[in-house]
Design a protein around this ligand. Structure first.
Ligand code: M6R
Length: 606
């Protein structure tokens, strides 16, 4: 979703801000802009499309000054045009605002401000804000912003500059993330940590309902009611390298390749002297008899596997809910219910709303998140970090496998707390988990040539079906989502047993059908599914064990995967060739794998 950046200090603001916006573009955007303060004026440059368009504009019409704000816009209200791009200004041009979120009462405010003589020049909800602030401004920016936020309904983070307040950036946060970075006699503002690098060394997360005044010397912070707040800074622990592509052509390729390391780090973090250690969740896991997993997209797919692990290992009743559905039900909860909110970003609006709904019902919520400083992490009663490192590609890859492994370890812990896991079972489960990183590395190497070859053949296919049973149904859904989102190929995942109840009508000799066939209890059933597709001349891609003759005979392509000692963990390996397949197909179709059209990395609006 939209990204905010701000800079005040000795450097040229436009150059710091354009780098910061580059680092925010993974969130998804369709236009961008800057406002820079200079000599009692606010200079504005905005451009639709890629950031290059803004850079070209700045090269042609430079903006000089040491204080400024910038924005990448992901359109909600109004098309991605120059006049809808941020910053938006008051009619006298003296107040400029960038905004992330949605102002829900914008129509009412627009009517009111228009009646007072304001002229609106965009279709955005955001434009109400500079007009509102300007109408309340009598020389005290904080008083005007405080009064303005009292009128705004919805979610927002804002950065504001005033032509007559050189060196100052004002910021406000209500339900959308905003971070302040401290450098050497310079302060920065951003929607996400990578945009503060490399200038800032310390970070402070603005709290809900807080207003900040940034100058190169420091920060002053208040709650919306005017009570002073102490800004808590912590060292920034990620490096600029961690958020760069390194030798890879895309973040997605880098993040797929990182999975063996990520999985090893995660498993190691949960072991002490060869035994499982419980994350400190502040919960009596023995007393938990009902778990609700909440997630969206890929995180929801991971939850489907979590359900299988918890039910099989800990015999706990588990529901999996799509966050946007859960939040509008009136879910039943009892004293032994636990909600687990699964989110890579920790900022997904629907998952956050589900978490808040659960907490309002006094249900404990554990966050299974990658970004440990995120809102979901902070609002959860307990936290299980994924330790996957920054995930920049819009398509979630390493966070997915980390989520799945984290849920396996969590299921073991619940089973252990309930006395359902003997020492021998614990040891063998740990041994199986410890083998996965090596098997993942082997799988990525093993499958690459076949995957690339199949992508060459099927890159122009109009649709693809993915079939799997048991845990591999989640793999089928996730494989289909990857192909849809980055290669724009219509794709669906089905439980293979359901295929003959309708979707099999789709099969022709033009349709690739990807069948996930591990050597587990469902293997023979999957062979029957392969026969059914083959009998109708479908093009078969199989994900299965290397050298499996039966699978080779029935398929056009076999994506070989290593075999896990524990069948339950096999989906961690089966998904790897499908991530690579989506990547290769996308490349052949000239798609931008890191920033697919219409998508955002953190979905902070409904
Ligand atoms: O940050 P989250 O895990 O909460 O994000 C949830 C979904 O938006 C996300 O998984 C989305 O589906 C990805 N684009 C999938 O690759």
């Amino acid at each position: 979703m939209c990204g905010i950046a701000g800079y005040t200090g000795p450097k040229e603001a436009d150059s710091v801000l354009t780098v910061a916006l580059e680092r925010l573009k993974y969130r998804g955007y369709d236009s961008a802009g800057l406002a820079v303060l200079a000599e009692g004026d606010v200079g504005i440059r905005r451009a639709p499309g890629k950031l290059k368009n803004l850079s070209d504009l700045l090269a042609a019409k430079p903006l000089r000054g040491h204080t400024g704000i910038g924005h990448t816009r992901w359109a909600t209200h109004g098309a991605p045009t120059e006049c809808n791009a941020h910053p938006h200004t008051s009619n006298d041009g003296k107040v400029a605002v960038v905004h992330n979120g949605i102002i829900e009462n914008h129509e009412h405010l627009r009517r009111e401000l228009t009646a007072k003589g304001c002229i609106f020049r965009s279709e955005t909800d955001t434009e109400t804000i500079p007009h509102l602030i300007a109408s309340l401004y009598t020389g005290d920016p904080l008083a005007a912003i405080r009064a303005a936020v009292g009128r705004l309904e919805g979610s927002y983070s804002l950065a504001v500059v005033f032509a007559d307040k050189p060196g100052h950036i004002y910021a406000a946060r209500q339900a959308s993330p905003l971070l302040v970075g401290k450098g050497k006699r310079e302060m920065l503002l951003a929607s996400d940590l990578p945009a503060l690098l490399p200038h800032a060394h310390q970070v402070c997360y603005l709290g809900e309902g807080e207003i900040a005044d940034l100058t190169p010397e420091g920060i002053e912070l208040w709650s919306f009611d005017g009570t002073p707040v102490t800004a808590a800074f912590a060292p920034i622990e990620i490096t600029a390298e961690a958020v760069s592509k390194g030798d890879f052509d895309s973040f997605m390729a880098k993040e797929i390749a990182e999975q063996p390391t990520v999985l090893a780090r995660l498993v190691d973090s949960r072991l002490r002297a060869g035994r499982l250690v419980e994350p400190d969740l502040g919960l009596d896991l023995k007393a938990v008899n009902h778990i609700v997993f909440l997630g969206c997209g890929t995180s929801w797919h991971a939850a489907l596997l979590g359900k299988r692990f918890l039910e099989a290992l800990a015999r706990v009743h588990v529901e999996v809910d799509i966050s946007s559905e859960y939040r509008y039900r009136n879910p039943i909860a009892s004293g032994d219910t636990l909600v687990v909110a699964i989110s890579q970003s920790g900022e997904t609006a629907d998952t956050l709303a589900g978490l808040r709904l659960a907490r309002a019902k006094f249900i404990p919520v554990v966050g299974l998140v990658n970004v440990v400083t995120s809102t979901i992490a902070r609002e959860s009663s307990g936290m299980m970090p994924l330790l996957a490192g920054p995930e920049i590609g819009v398509a979630s890859t390493k966070a997915y496998t980390a989520q799945v492994m984290a849920m396996y370890l969590f299921a073991l812990q619940v089973a252990k707390a309930k006395g359902l896991l003997s020492l021998a079972q614990e040891e063998s489960a740990i041994a199986a988990a410890l083998l996965i990183p090596e098997l993942a590395a082997r799988t990525l190497a093993l499958c690459e040539a076949e995957v690339a070859e199949a992508a060459d053949l099927f890159a122009s296919a109009h649709a693809t079906v993915f079939l799997g049973r048991g845990g591999e149904h989640a793999t089928a859904l996730e494989g289909a989502l990857k192909l849809k989102e980055i290669a724009y190929v219509h794709a669906v995942g089905y439980p293979a047993g359901e295929f003959k109840h309708g979707p099999i009508a789709l099969v022709t000799n033009q349709l690739p059908v990807v069948c996930i066939c591990p050597k587990d209890a469902m293997y023979e059933k999957m062979l029957s599914n392969l026969q059914e597709v083959r009998a109708r001349a479908g093009r078969i891609i199989v994900v299965g064990e290397q050298g499996d003759r039966a699978l080779q005979d029935l398929s056009d392509h076999l994506f070989p995967v290593a075999t896990s000692a524990d069948h339950m963990l096999q989906p961690l390996l089966s998904i790897l060739p499908l991530q690579r397949y989506a990547y290769h197909v996308a490349r052949r179709r000239d798609c931008d794998v890191d920033q697919p059209r219409n998508l955002a990395k953190s979905v902070t609006v409904e």
